[in-house]
Design a protein around this ligand. Structure first.
Ligand SMILES: C[S@@+](CC[C@H](N)C(=O)[O-])C[C@H]1O[C@@H](n2cnc3c(N)ncnc32)[C@H](O)[C@@H]1O
Length: 289
C-alpha cells in the first residue's frame, strides 16, 4: 500500500534543496543566498559587535547551514536545534571542521528545548521557521518561550514568508509565473520558488486556517508534467523546493500583530533584486522596552 504519511523534513526533502553537494551549496530562495546572509550578519553585528562576538551565544532554529557558518565565522558559540534526525544527518558536517567544537546540535522540538538551554542567548536566528509552526497559538507559545532564553539586548532574526500587505496573487498564479519564466523575465529560483508558494494558492491555501497544503501543489505539478503542460526542466526548478507537509502562511498584518502581542518590536528588511525578497523579508526583533 502506498505510504501517504507526510515525509516532512526527511533525507530526500533535505537533499532536493542541494545544488552542489561537494561544494555544499544549496538552491537560493529555499536557502538564504549570500546577499541575505550578509543582511543577517550585519543585523547580528549591530547587536553583537565583533570584539564581543567571541563570547556570544547564538541559538539557531533548524539546521540552516548558511546561518550556522556565518555565526561561527564571527566567533559565536552556537546551539542548533532541529527535531529532524534526517536534517541533522544531512547538514551537521556542512560547517568548517575548525568550528565544530563551537557548535552544539540538539535534536528536539523547538517548544521543548527551553530546559536544555544553559543560560541566555545573545541572538536567535532561523530561516523560514514560523511557517513550520501550524497554529497561531503555537506561534505565541514559541515566541513566548524564546523570550525566556534571551536578555533585553538580544536580537531575533528570521527570514519569514508572509503575504505582503500589497500582493497580487493573480499575477503570481501558476499560468502567469509560467508565462513570465518562458518570456525570460524570471530566474529559475524566482520561478520555482514562486510556483511552490503562490502557483496553486487558490486550490492549496485555506484563508481561514492560513494553511498551505504543499502536497496538493506538488500533485498538481506532477500532473502537469505528465500532461506536458510543464517541461521536465520547469518541473525540476519547482521540485528544488519540494515539501509535502503543511505550512502556515500569514498575511503580513497578522504576523506582525503576533510579534507585537508577544512583546516584540521589529524591523522588516526587504532586499531589492529578486522577486521572493518581497514576500520573504528578513525580520529583526527585540523585546519591547
Ligand atoms: C527551519 S526550516 C528551514 C528551511 C530552510 N529554508 C532551510 O534552511 O533549509 C526547516 C527545519 O525546521 C525543522 N523543524 C520544523 N518544525 C520544527 C519544530 N517544531 N521543532 C524543531 N524543528 C522543527 C525541520 O525538521 C527542518 O529541518
Amino acid at each position: 500500500m502506498e505510504n501517504t504519511e507526510p515525509r516532512n523534513w526527511d533525507i530526500e526533502t533535505c537533499k532536493t534543496r542541494i545544488a552542489d553537494p561537494d561544494a555544499m551549496i544549496r538552491f537560493e530562495a529555499g536557502s538564504p543566498n549570500p546577499e541575505e546572509v550578509d543582511c543577517y550578519r550585519k543585523l547580528l553585528l549591530k547587536r553583537i559587535p565583533l570584539q564581543t562576538s567571541k563570547r556570544s551565544r547564538v541559538l539557531i532554529l533548524g539546521m540552516t547551514p548558511e546561518l550556522r557558518r556565518m555565526a561561527l565565522e564571527i566567533g559565536a558559540k552556537i546551539t542548533s536545534v532541529d527535531r529532524s534526525a534526517d536534517a541533522i544527518a544531512v547538514y551537521s558536517d556542512w560547517i568548517q571542521a575548525e568550528y565544530r567544537s563551537n557548535e552544539q546540535i540538539i535534536c528536539s522540538e523547538w517548544l521543548q528545548f527551553e530546559h536544555l538551554m544553559n543560560g541566555y542567548s545573545d541572538a536567535i536566528l532561523g530561516d523560514g521557521v514560523f511557517p513550520n509552526v501550524l497554529s497561531i497559538n503555537e506561534h505565541h507559545e514559541l515566541l513566548t518561550s524564546l523570550k525566556h532564553i534571551i536578555h533585553h539586548e538580544s536580537i531575533l532574526i528570521f527570514r519569514q514568508v508572509i503575504i505582503p500587505y500589497y500582493f497580487d496573487l493573480e499575477e503570481n498564479s501558476a499560468p502567469h509565473l509560467l508565462n513570465r519564466f518562458r518570456a525570460g523575465s524570471l530566474s529559475e529560483a524566482e520561478f520555482g520558488f514562486g510556483m511552490r508558494f503562490w502557483g496553486c494558492f487558490d486550490e492549496a491555501y485555506d484563508p481561514e486556517s492560513f494553511l498551505l497544503n504543499n502536497r496538493i501543489i506538488y500533485d498538481r505539478y506532477l500532473k502537469w508534467l505528465k500532461q506536458e503542460r510543464l517541461s521536465q526542466a520547469e518541473f525540476d526548478c519547482i521540485y528544488r523546493y519540494y515539501f509535502d507537509g503543511m505550512n502556515m502562511i500569514l498575511p503580513q498584518k497578522a504576523w506582525e500583530e503576533i510579534l507585537r502581542n508577544t512583546g516584540f518590536s521589529f524591523e522588516c528588511h526587504t532586499l531589492k533584486g529578486n522577486s521572493w525578497y518581497e514576500y520573504y523579508p528578513i525580520y529583526s526583533c527585540q523585546t519591547s522596552k
